[in-house]
Write a protein that binds this ligand. Structure first.
Ligand code: SF4
Length: 356
Protein backbone atom coordinates (compact mmCIF):
# COMPACT_ATOMS: atom_id res chain seq x y z
CA UNK A 1 0.00 0.00 0.00
CA UNK A 2 1.13 3.51 -0.64
CA UNK A 3 0.75 4.43 2.97
CA UNK A 4 3.45 1.91 3.78
CA UNK A 5 6.07 3.38 1.43
CA UNK A 6 8.94 5.24 2.98
CA UNK A 7 9.46 8.84 2.05
CA UNK A 8 12.50 9.83 0.07
CA UNK A 9 13.58 6.27 -0.54
CA UNK A 10 15.69 5.72 -3.59
CA UNK A 11 17.04 2.70 -5.34
CA UNK A 12 16.96 0.35 -8.24
CA UNK A 13 14.13 -2.09 -7.76
CA UNK A 14 14.24 -5.49 -9.35
CA UNK A 15 11.38 -7.16 -11.15
CA UNK A 16 8.51 -7.72 -8.81
CA UNK A 17 9.30 -4.77 -6.58
CA UNK A 18 6.52 -2.47 -7.57
CA UNK A 19 6.49 -0.51 -4.38
CA UNK A 20 2.90 -1.40 -3.69
CA UNK A 21 1.30 1.55 -5.47
CA UNK A 22 -2.43 1.15 -5.11
CA UNK A 23 -3.21 1.94 -8.74
CA UNK A 24 -1.86 -1.49 -9.63
CA UNK A 25 -3.86 -3.23 -7.01
CA UNK A 26 -7.24 -2.08 -8.16
CA UNK A 27 -7.83 -3.26 -11.73
CA UNK A 28 -10.44 -1.26 -13.52
CA UNK A 29 -9.99 1.90 -11.49
CA UNK A 30 -9.65 4.94 -13.73
CA UNK A 31 -9.05 7.85 -11.44
CA UNK A 32 -8.66 10.92 -12.70
CA UNK A 33 24.45 6.69 -19.12
CA UNK A 34 25.66 4.65 -21.64
CA UNK A 35 22.59 5.38 -23.61
CA UNK A 36 22.44 9.10 -22.86
CA UNK A 37 22.85 10.21 -26.51
CA UNK A 38 20.01 7.97 -27.66
CA UNK A 39 17.84 9.17 -24.82
CA UNK A 40 18.57 12.77 -25.72
CA UNK A 41 17.79 12.20 -29.39
CA UNK A 42 14.62 10.37 -28.55
CA UNK A 43 13.60 13.26 -26.35
CA UNK A 44 14.38 15.71 -29.13
CA UNK A 45 12.01 13.85 -31.44
CA UNK A 46 9.28 13.36 -28.88
CA UNK A 47 9.44 16.93 -27.66
CA UNK A 48 9.22 18.38 -31.13
CA UNK A 49 5.56 18.98 -30.38
CA UNK A 50 6.27 21.10 -27.35
CA UNK A 51 9.08 22.94 -29.04
CA UNK A 52 6.68 23.73 -31.86
CA UNK A 53 4.31 25.32 -29.38
CA UNK A 54 7.17 27.34 -28.01
CA UNK A 55 8.09 28.50 -31.46
CA UNK A 56 4.68 29.99 -32.02
CA UNK A 57 4.86 31.91 -28.78
CA UNK A 58 8.46 32.97 -28.98
CA UNK A 59 9.98 36.14 -30.28
CA UNK A 60 11.14 34.98 -33.68
CA UNK A 61 13.41 36.27 -36.31
CA UNK A 62 13.95 34.95 -39.81
CA UNK A 63 17.48 33.74 -40.22
CA UNK A 64 19.66 32.17 -42.86
CA UNK A 65 21.22 29.33 -40.92
CA UNK A 66 23.39 27.15 -43.13
CA UNK A 67 22.38 23.53 -42.88
CA UNK A 68 19.19 24.17 -40.92
CA UNK A 69 15.82 22.76 -41.94
CA UNK A 70 13.54 25.11 -43.90
CA UNK A 71 11.76 27.29 -43.09
CA UNK A 72 14.32 28.57 -40.65
CA UNK A 73 13.12 30.54 -37.69
CA UNK A 74 15.45 31.53 -34.90
CA UNK A 75 13.85 31.29 -31.53
CA UNK A 76 14.53 33.05 -28.28
CA UNK A 77 13.69 30.31 -25.79
CA UNK A 78 10.61 30.93 -23.69
CA UNK A 79 10.35 27.72 -21.71
CA UNK A 80 12.35 24.81 -20.42
CA UNK A 81 11.85 21.06 -20.73
CA UNK A 82 13.93 18.40 -18.97
CA UNK A 83 15.74 17.48 -22.17
CA UNK A 84 16.64 21.02 -23.07
CA UNK A 85 17.74 21.70 -19.50
CA UNK A 86 19.90 18.61 -19.84
CA UNK A 87 21.31 19.90 -23.12
CA UNK A 88 22.38 23.16 -21.53
CA UNK A 89 23.96 21.39 -18.59
CA UNK A 90 25.81 19.08 -20.96
CA UNK A 91 26.95 21.78 -23.37
CA UNK A 92 25.56 25.33 -23.78
CA UNK A 93 26.55 25.36 -27.45
CA UNK A 94 24.60 22.16 -28.06
CA UNK A 95 21.57 23.86 -26.49
CA UNK A 96 21.99 26.79 -28.85
CA UNK A 97 22.24 24.52 -31.91
CA UNK A 98 19.12 22.63 -30.93
CA UNK A 99 16.89 25.39 -29.57
CA UNK A 100 17.93 28.59 -31.31
CA UNK A 101 19.50 27.52 -34.60
CA UNK A 102 17.32 24.42 -34.78
CA UNK A 103 19.96 22.60 -36.76
CA UNK A 104 18.70 19.30 -38.14
CA UNK A 105 19.85 16.04 -36.59
CA UNK A 106 19.95 12.65 -38.18
CA UNK A 107 17.57 10.05 -36.81
CA UNK A 108 19.39 7.31 -34.94
CA UNK A 109 18.37 3.65 -34.76
CA UNK A 110 18.36 3.64 -30.95
CA UNK A 111 16.31 6.80 -30.54
CA UNK A 112 13.84 5.79 -33.24
CA UNK A 113 13.45 2.41 -31.60
CA UNK A 114 12.71 4.20 -28.36
CA UNK A 115 10.01 6.26 -30.01
CA UNK A 116 8.49 3.11 -31.50
CA UNK A 117 8.50 1.23 -28.20
CA UNK A 118 6.97 4.18 -26.38
CA UNK A 119 4.15 4.27 -28.92
CA UNK A 120 3.49 0.54 -28.50
CA UNK A 121 3.39 0.76 -24.70
CA UNK A 122 1.05 3.72 -24.89
CA UNK A 123 -1.36 2.14 -27.37
CA UNK A 124 -1.49 -1.18 -25.53
CA UNK A 125 -3.64 0.48 -22.88
CA UNK A 126 -6.36 1.02 -25.49
CA UNK A 127 -7.10 -2.70 -25.10
CA UNK A 128 -9.18 -4.10 -22.26
CA UNK A 129 -7.01 -4.98 -19.26
CA UNK A 130 -7.15 -8.74 -19.75
CA UNK A 131 -5.94 -8.42 -23.34
CA UNK A 132 -2.79 -6.47 -22.53
CA UNK A 133 -0.49 -9.38 -23.16
CA UNK A 134 3.01 -9.54 -24.58
CA UNK A 135 1.84 -11.09 -27.89
CA UNK A 136 -0.76 -8.34 -28.22
CA UNK A 137 1.86 -5.68 -27.54
CA UNK A 138 4.28 -7.15 -30.05
CA UNK A 139 1.51 -7.31 -32.65
CA UNK A 140 1.23 -3.52 -32.40
CA UNK A 141 4.81 -2.97 -33.56
CA UNK A 142 4.28 -3.16 -37.35
CA UNK A 143 1.36 -0.73 -37.27
CA UNK A 144 3.17 1.73 -35.02
CA UNK A 145 6.24 1.51 -37.25
CA UNK A 146 4.04 2.39 -40.23
CA UNK A 147 2.64 5.36 -38.35
CA UNK A 148 6.10 6.54 -37.37
CA UNK A 149 7.30 6.35 -40.97
CA UNK A 150 4.31 8.40 -42.08
CA UNK A 151 4.68 11.07 -39.44
CA UNK A 152 8.47 11.26 -39.65
CA UNK A 153 9.58 10.14 -43.11
CA UNK A 154 13.18 10.95 -42.28
CA UNK A 155 13.40 7.73 -40.25
CA UNK A 156 13.41 5.86 -43.56
CA UNK A 157 17.01 7.07 -43.97
CA UNK A 158 17.95 4.58 -41.29
CA UNK A 159 17.34 1.66 -43.60
CA UNK A 160 17.98 3.27 -46.98
CA UNK A 161 20.98 0.97 -47.53
CA UNK A 162 19.13 -2.14 -46.45
CA UNK A 163 17.29 -3.26 -49.59
CA UNK A 164 16.76 -6.81 -48.33
CA UNK A 165 15.33 -5.55 -45.08
CA UNK A 166 17.71 -7.62 -42.96
CA UNK A 167 18.78 -4.80 -40.67
CA UNK A 168 15.21 -3.59 -40.37
CA UNK A 169 14.11 -7.08 -39.32
CA UNK A 170 16.84 -7.20 -36.67
CA UNK A 171 15.94 -3.74 -35.45
CA UNK A 172 12.26 -4.64 -35.17
CA UNK A 173 13.22 -7.79 -33.34
CA UNK A 174 15.15 -5.70 -30.80
CA UNK A 175 12.06 -3.53 -30.34
CA UNK A 176 10.08 -6.72 -29.68
CA UNK A 177 12.56 -7.78 -27.01
CA UNK A 178 12.25 -4.43 -25.25
CA UNK A 179 8.47 -4.66 -25.31
CA UNK A 180 8.61 -8.22 -24.02
CA UNK A 181 10.94 -7.24 -21.18
CA UNK A 182 8.44 -4.66 -19.99
CA UNK A 183 6.14 -7.51 -19.00
CA UNK A 184 8.77 -8.77 -16.57
CA UNK A 185 8.82 -5.36 -14.87
CA UNK A 186 5.18 -4.28 -14.82
CA UNK A 187 1.84 -5.97 -15.28
CA UNK A 188 -0.34 -3.85 -17.57
CA UNK A 189 -3.39 -6.02 -16.84
CA UNK A 190 -3.31 -4.52 -13.34
CA UNK A 191 -2.74 -0.93 -14.40
CA UNK A 192 -5.23 1.71 -15.46
CA UNK A 193 -3.18 4.80 -16.22
CA UNK A 194 -4.84 8.10 -15.50
CA UNK A 195 -2.81 9.63 -18.31
CA UNK A 196 -0.53 8.53 -21.11
CA UNK A 197 1.90 10.77 -23.00
CA UNK A 198 0.65 13.67 -20.93
CA UNK A 199 1.77 17.12 -22.01
CA UNK A 200 2.27 19.27 -18.94
CA UNK A 201 3.14 22.91 -18.63
CA UNK A 202 3.22 25.38 -15.79
CA UNK A 203 4.55 28.83 -15.12
CA UNK A 204 6.56 29.44 -11.99
CA UNK A 205 6.17 32.63 -9.97
CA UNK A 206 9.33 33.90 -11.61
CA UNK A 207 7.66 33.66 -15.02
CA UNK A 208 9.72 30.65 -16.13
CA UNK A 209 7.56 28.15 -17.99
CA UNK A 210 8.29 24.47 -17.57
CA UNK A 211 6.91 21.87 -19.93
CA UNK A 212 7.33 18.30 -20.93
CA UNK A 213 5.66 15.02 -21.78
CA UNK A 214 5.11 12.40 -19.08
CA UNK A 215 4.93 8.84 -20.35
CA UNK A 216 2.39 7.61 -17.84
CA UNK A 217 0.59 8.89 -14.77
CA UNK A 218 -1.02 6.43 -12.34
CA UNK A 219 -3.38 7.73 -9.69
CA UNK A 220 -4.48 5.59 -6.77
CA UNK A 221 -8.04 5.77 -5.47
CA UNK A 222 -6.59 7.64 -2.50
CA UNK A 223 -5.32 10.31 -4.89
CA UNK A 224 -1.65 9.40 -4.66
CA UNK A 225 0.14 9.99 -7.93
CA UNK A 226 2.90 7.97 -9.54
CA UNK A 227 4.81 9.32 -12.53
CA UNK A 228 6.33 6.69 -14.81
CA UNK A 229 8.87 7.08 -17.57
CA UNK A 230 10.05 4.32 -19.89
CA UNK A 231 13.69 4.15 -20.95
CA UNK A 232 14.78 1.81 -23.69
CA UNK A 233 18.38 1.92 -22.54
CA UNK A 234 20.06 0.47 -19.49
CA UNK A 235 19.76 1.75 -15.95
CA UNK A 236 22.60 4.10 -14.98
CA UNK A 237 25.20 3.17 -12.43
CA UNK A 238 24.37 4.40 -8.94
CA UNK A 239 26.63 7.43 -9.24
CA UNK A 240 24.60 8.65 -12.22
CA UNK A 241 21.17 8.07 -10.70
CA UNK A 242 20.76 11.74 -9.77
CA UNK A 243 21.05 12.71 -13.41
CA UNK A 244 18.41 10.18 -14.38
CA UNK A 245 16.09 11.35 -11.63
CA UNK A 246 16.46 15.01 -12.54
CA UNK A 247 13.93 14.61 -15.35
CA UNK A 248 11.46 12.93 -13.00
CA UNK A 249 11.86 15.56 -10.31
CA UNK A 250 11.31 18.19 -12.99
CA UNK A 251 7.99 16.54 -13.88
CA UNK A 252 7.11 16.19 -10.22
CA UNK A 253 7.69 19.90 -9.74
CA UNK A 254 5.43 20.70 -12.69
CA UNK A 255 2.68 18.43 -11.35
CA UNK A 256 3.06 19.92 -7.88
CA UNK A 257 2.71 23.45 -9.20
CA UNK A 258 -0.19 22.50 -11.48
CA UNK A 259 -2.21 20.29 -9.13
CA UNK A 260 -0.85 21.24 -5.72
CA UNK A 261 -0.07 17.56 -5.22
CA UNK A 262 3.43 16.13 -4.88
CA UNK A 263 3.66 12.81 -6.73
CA UNK A 264 4.07 9.99 -4.25
CA UNK A 265 6.47 8.09 -6.44
CA UNK A 266 8.69 8.67 -9.45
CA UNK A 267 9.47 5.55 -11.43
CA UNK A 268 11.91 4.97 -14.26
CA UNK A 269 11.43 1.68 -16.11
CA UNK A 270 14.59 0.59 -17.91
CA UNK A 271 13.65 -1.84 -20.64
CA UNK A 272 17.23 -2.26 -21.79
CA UNK A 273 18.46 -3.78 -18.54
CA UNK A 274 15.25 -4.81 -16.84
CA UNK A 275 15.54 -2.43 -13.91
CA UNK A 276 13.09 -0.12 -12.20
CA UNK A 277 14.46 2.97 -10.48
CA UNK A 278 12.11 4.61 -8.01
CA UNK A 279 12.22 7.71 -5.88
CA UNK A 280 9.67 9.16 -3.48
CA UNK A 281 10.13 12.93 -3.49
CA UNK A 282 9.59 15.31 -0.60
CA UNK A 283 8.97 19.07 -0.89
CA UNK A 284 12.60 19.96 -0.22
CA UNK A 285 13.68 17.88 -3.24
CA UNK A 286 11.40 19.75 -5.57
CA UNK A 287 12.19 23.15 -4.10
CA UNK A 288 15.84 22.39 -4.74
CA UNK A 289 15.07 21.47 -8.33
CA UNK A 290 13.12 24.70 -8.74
CA UNK A 291 16.06 26.76 -7.51
CA UNK A 292 18.32 24.85 -9.85
CA UNK A 293 16.05 25.51 -12.82
CA UNK A 294 15.82 29.21 -12.03
CA UNK A 295 19.60 29.46 -11.96
CA UNK A 296 19.80 27.49 -15.18
CA UNK A 297 17.24 29.73 -16.83
CA UNK A 298 19.18 32.83 -15.79
CA UNK A 299 22.25 31.39 -17.47
CA UNK A 300 20.27 30.52 -20.61
CA UNK A 301 18.78 34.01 -20.80
CA UNK A 302 22.18 35.60 -20.41
CA UNK A 303 23.62 33.43 -23.16
CA UNK A 304 20.62 34.16 -25.39
CA UNK A 305 21.03 37.88 -24.98
CA UNK A 306 24.80 37.99 -25.30
CA UNK A 307 25.16 35.29 -27.94
CA UNK A 308 27.90 33.66 -25.87
CA UNK A 309 27.29 29.93 -26.00
CA UNK A 310 30.34 28.04 -24.84
CA UNK A 311 31.14 24.57 -26.07
CA UNK A 312 31.71 22.11 -23.26
CA UNK A 313 33.45 19.09 -24.70
CA UNK A 314 32.90 15.74 -23.03
CA UNK A 315 32.84 12.12 -24.11
CA UNK A 316 29.29 12.74 -25.33
CA UNK A 317 30.69 14.86 -28.19
CA UNK A 318 31.16 11.59 -30.04
CA UNK A 319 27.40 11.43 -30.48
CA UNK A 320 26.91 15.12 -31.29
CA UNK A 321 25.60 15.84 -34.78
CA UNK A 322 27.05 19.32 -34.77
CA UNK A 323 30.80 18.85 -34.74
CA UNK A 324 31.03 20.54 -38.14
CA UNK A 325 29.71 23.72 -36.48
CA UNK A 326 31.63 23.33 -33.22
CA UNK A 327 34.87 25.24 -32.57
CA UNK A 328 36.11 22.34 -30.44
CA UNK A 329 36.25 20.30 -33.65
CA UNK A 330 37.50 23.06 -35.94
CA UNK A 331 34.03 24.12 -37.01
CA UNK A 332 32.30 27.48 -37.03
CA UNK A 333 28.82 28.07 -35.63
CA UNK A 334 26.31 29.62 -38.01
CA UNK A 335 25.87 33.40 -37.67
CA UNK A 336 24.02 34.07 -34.45
CA UNK A 337 20.47 34.80 -35.55
CA UNK A 338 19.21 36.80 -32.56
CA UNK A 339 19.91 40.36 -31.53
CA UNK A 340 22.65 40.51 -28.90
CA UNK A 341 23.65 42.87 -26.13
CA UNK A 342 27.13 43.35 -24.71
CA UNK A 343 28.12 40.56 -22.34
CA UNK A 344 28.24 41.42 -18.66
CA UNK A 345 30.64 39.93 -16.17
CA UNK A 346 28.81 36.81 -15.16
CA UNK A 347 31.60 34.82 -16.75
CA UNK A 348 31.72 31.21 -15.90
CA UNK A 349 28.01 30.77 -15.33
CA UNK A 350 27.61 28.47 -18.29
CA UNK A 351 28.16 24.81 -18.24
CA UNK A 352 29.00 24.41 -14.59
CA UNK A 353 25.74 23.02 -13.44
CA UNK A 354 25.15 19.45 -12.52
CA UNK A 355 21.75 17.91 -12.80
CA UNK A 356 20.75 18.36 -9.19
S1 SF4 B 1 30.64 18.63 -30.29
FE1 SF4 B 1 30.62 18.64 -28.04
S2 SF4 B 1 31.32 20.69 -27.46
FE2 SF4 B 1 30.68 20.77 -29.61
S3 SF4 B 1 28.53 21.39 -29.57
FE3 SF4 B 1 28.54 19.17 -29.63
S4 SF4 B 1 28.45 18.57 -27.47
FE4 SF4 B 1 29.08 20.72 -27.51
Amino acid sequence: MVGGMESSSEGVARPGDEGGVVAEEVPGQVPGQADAPAVAREAVAREAVTEGVAAQEAVTQEAAVPGAAKPVVAIAPTSLSPSRAGDFMQCPLLYRFRVIDRLPEKPSPAATKGTLVHAVLERLFDAPAAERTAPRAKSLIPGQWDRLRESRPEVLELFADDPEGERLAGWLSEAEQLVERWFTLEDPTRLEPAERELFVETELESGLRLRGIIDRVDVAPTGEVRIVDYKTGKAPRAEYADGALFQMKFYALVVWRLKQVIPRRLQLVYLGSGDVLTYDPVPADLERVERKLLALWDAIRTATETGEWRPRPTKLCGWCDHQAHCPEFGGTPPPYPLTVRAAESEAGAQGRMGPD
